[in-house]
Design a protein around this ligand. Sequence first.
Ligand code: HEM
Length: 154
Amino acid sequence: MVPAMTLDLILAITHHLLAFGLAVLLAAELAMLRPGMTATGLKRLGIVDAHYGLFAGLIIVVGVLRVIYGIKGPDAYVPNPWFWAKMAAFAGVGLLSTPPTIAIFRWRRRLKVEPGFCPFEEEVSRVRAFLFAELALFALIPVFAAVMARAAAF
Ligand code: HEM
């Protein structure tokens, strides 16, 4: 049986690595998604976006495990409004990530039938706006997380 403190530490470390990984992947998407993207650039962007989705799924699993098996127990989170503020911000980032994922999928599919295809500049700017909105909302998550973790002390 893994001691409770060890399990809490393992979950916390995994959670932080996934959270920072998500931030890096989101920043990479913003750096890569530019007007005049090459076919290779578009393929790489699809791979980054897929990993972004994978990390988001994994952080939900690890997050739920932290709520249930973390040292503080579910009572520190379920009635905690800052936990729900964090979950709302996370859900908002997830919703805002949908149009970019759909656009990248469409562009890659078109690239398969039209090798020289390059997305239109207006469409690239529109999708970049979603990524900027994601980044702004994402920044709230660690803020809410820090308040959530200390809410019992206030
Ligand atoms: C992008 C997504 C996420 C980010 C950036 C994030 C970030 C963080 C950070 C920075 C902390 C440490 C807070 C502190 O001790 O000051 C934390 C703790 C925690 N997070 Fe997340 N988190 C994310 C998603 C989630 C999800 C989806 C869940 C639950 C379903 C979750 C549950 C928790 C729990 C239970 C803690 C422990 C708080 C405590 O020590 O009391 N997180 N998170």
